[in-house]
Structure formats: structure tokens, C-alpha cells
Design a protein around this ligand. Structure first.
Ligand code: PLP
Length: 324
């Protein structure tokens, strides 16, 4: 099978497609962050995106490209996280049916949020049923199209629009920190940065417990790991994608990791200093930037805050715990 990789032209086309449907999210700055990093830091705040995370960009872009037959039959997605809500909302806005396949033990709040956006939820027993088989059956019986959370050219192109907006708004950057799960956001950001700020070094950041991306980047082949134990639930992916990996290999400068303790510390910083709620995965980029320190001195540094969907009770527990 040959793979067709998205390019910056696809990111630009995605930007036109989502215009007026996705929010153009704010870029925030903080004197305290500048002082901590010794640089000018620009935060692209996707926690303020529709449904609370950047995933709306890729989902809307992918669904907007469906042909008439695909639109009538609708979309199917497997997710218990932000991709579920993104597909559900994008499908509703585009007037097409959506079925989201979720594990039976997914948090009730997430199931409710996904349904509230208009999609229907099908639950499966993750210990006894094979979700691939369920998806295939839906695709065959109803002709629905499966949209994966990251390994798809239209999803990657959509995710790249956040970095495009950031660079267009603040000007060229020297470094850009992007969190990394399956690599859709990172690959899209790298496409945007390479076109709009060629000298900008793009860094991926993933949880230390799940550093498959770093291993893959350094070894030159896609490494698969077991489900990592980390509070960064948006980055618990097992491996990079066939579309994301080659772009990351080509256009990303390096991949770093952050510990759960560093994520909590960054979430606390966002809450205390910037008055914003950031989910653990969304704090990866800043956790790495503040650790890098001296190397960034005097530079212009972009950080993508990827999302803010965290149960408030959980949020309070995390940031309220004793400092470590
Ligand atoms: C999905 C997600 C990520 C990881 O994105 P990938 O494209 O899979 O790398 C990061 N942060 C949040 C909030 C997410 O929902």
C-alpha cells in the first residue's frame, strides 16, 4: 500500500475549510513564563477550542471532505477521549450520522458529552469484544466511513492549522513545543512550521512512561509499547502512525519526555498564574520547555496547549496534592 502524506498545501486548505466553524483560539503570554524559560513564550490555547481540544480541527476537516455517499452513510470512530467528542460535534454540524464506539467502562461523563454533541454511542466490552470487528461490521452494514484519531492525511492537515494560526499571529518562532500521542498534532504542526518559519525547531513531547515516539524517532522505525501508565490520557497511544511517523522523522528536531509530576506542576502553573484549566496531556509542551531552560535563552518559543478536558474533581485532586 502506498501512503500519501499531507503537505503544507493541505494544511492551508484545511484552514479554509474550518474557517468559521472552528474557533481561532487565543494566544496567551505570561511574564512569569517568560522569566522561567528566559525566552518569549507564546501559548496557543486549544483548551479554548470547540469541545475543549484541538481535535475538532482534524475531525471537521476530515468530515468536510466526505463525498455525498459518505455523508449520507456517516462516520464511525473508536474513542473514549477527545476524538469521540470531536467527531460527534463535527458530524452534527455537517448534518451526518456518527457512531462512536466506546469501551463499556468509559467514564459516564465522556459518554454523556459525546451523546450531547449529537452522535450515537455504541459500547463494547473491551475484554471480550474486538472493536475492529465492530467497526468493520458497521462499515459493511451501513457503509459508514471510519475516521481514525491521528493516522489520516486529512486529520493531520486539520491539526496543523493551530500552529499555522499561531505563527501567522505572532510571527516566526525559534522553537515550537507540541505534545505527542499518535503524532497527528505534531506532524501537522511540523508541516506548518516548515512552511511558515523554516528555521523553527519543532519538538515533540510525550509522557516519560510512554516514550514510544522518542524510541521510534531515534531508531528510525515505529516502536510499539504496552499501554503506558500516566496521567496524560490523551497520549496513551501505543505507537505512531504510518502517516505521522515519516513527517515527524523528516520535520521534527527532537522528541522529549515529561514526568507526571512535571505535568502536575505545569497544570498548577497554568491554573495559578494564567488562570486556565489545562488537562494533563495539554501540559506536556510547557513541561518540556521550562526544563530545557538555557538553550532557549532569548528565543521566541511557541507552546501548544492541546486541550482542557479534565474532570474537575480529578483536576482538584491533581493540583491540590502536595508539591513534589
Ligand atoms: C489527542 C490528544 C493529544 C495527542 O494528539 P496526537 O495527534 O494523537 O499526537 C494531545 N492532547 C490532547 C488534549 C489530545 O486530545
Amino acid at each position: 500500500m502506498t501512503i500519501s502524506l499531507p503537505t503544507y498545501e493541505d494544511v492551508a486548505a484545511a484552514a479554509a475549510r474550518i474557517d468559521g466553524h472552528a474557533h481561532r483560539t487565543p494566544v496567551l503570554t505570561s511574564r512569569t513564563a517568560d522569566a522561567e524559560v528566559g525566552a518569549g513564550v507564546f501559548f496557543k490555547c486549544e483548551n479554548f477550542q470547540r469541545m475543549g481540544a484541538f481535535k475538532f480541527r482534524g475531525a471537521y476537516n476530515a468530515l468536510a471532505r466526505f463525498d455525498e455517499r459518505q455523508r449520507r452513510a456517516g462516520v464511525v470512530a473508536f474513542s473514549s477521549g477527545n476524538h469521540a467528542q470531536a467527531i460527534s460535534l463535527a458530524a452534527t454540524l455537517l448534518g451526518m450520522p456518527a457512531v462512536i464506539v466506546m469501551p463499556h467502562d468509559a467514564p459516564a461523563a465522556k459518554v454523556a458529552a459525546t451523546k450531547a454533541y449529537g452522535g450515537s454511542v455504541v459500547v463494547y466490552d473491551r475484554y471480550r469484544e474486538d472493536r475492529e470487528a465492530i467497526g468493520k461490521k458497521l462499515a459493511e452494514e451501513r457503509g459508514m466511513t471510519l475516521v481514525p484519531p491521528y493516522d489520516h492525511p486529512d486529520v493531520i492537515a486539520g491539526q496543523g492549522t493551530a500552529a499555522k494560526e499561531l505563527i501567522e499571529e505572532v510571527g516566526a518562532l525559534d522553537a515550537l513545543f507540541v505534545c505527542l500521542g499518535g503524532g497527528g498534532l505534531l506532524a501537522g504542526s511540523a508541516l506548518a512550521a516548515r512552511a511558515l518559519a523554516p528555521a523553527c525547531k519543532v519538538y515533540g513531547v510525550e509522557p516519560e512512561a510512554g516514550n514510544d515516539g522518542q524510541q521510534s524517532f531515534r531508531s528510525g522505525r515505529i516502536v510499539t509499547i504496552e499501554t503506558p501508565r500516566t496521567i496524560a490520557d490523551g497520549a496513551q497511544t501505543l505507537h505512531l502512525g504510518e502517516h505521522t511517523f515519516p513527517i515527524i522523522r523528516r520535520d521534527v528536531a527532537d522528541i522529549f519526555t515529561a514526568t507526571d509530576a512535571e505535568l502536575v506542576d505545569a497544570m498548577r502553573f497554568f491554573a495559578e498564574r494564567m488562570k486556565i484549566v489545562v488537562e494533563p496531556t495539554g501540559a506536556l509542551g510547557y513541561a518540556a520547555a521550562r526544563r530545557m531552560g538555557a538553550e532557549l535563552a532569548g528565543q521566541r518559543v511557541g507552546v501548544i496547549i492541546s486541550g482542557g478536558n479534565v474532570d474537575l474533581k480529578r483536576f482538584a485532586e491533581l493540583i491540590g496534592a502536595a508539591r513534589n
